[in-house]
Unconditional design. Structure first.
Length: 51
């Protein structure tokens, strides 16, 4: 089954025909999704940044 990504009138993306059981990474991104979330998590992986 091929998934299709479509945008709504506000520019938000939605996956159509996505797999019935997404992988754990996809589940996590759906839970905490957002444009900058992955980048922020990557930079905080070793702990908080203190100046």
């Amino acid at each position: 089954m091929d998934s299709v990504v479509k945008k709504d009138s506000k520019g938000r993306k939605k996956a159509l025909n996505a797999c019935a059981e997404p992988c754990s990474i996809e589940k996590g991104m759906r839970l905490i999704g957002g444009k900058w979330t992955a980048s922020i998590i990557y930079h905080l992986k070793d702990g908080p940044v203190i100046k």
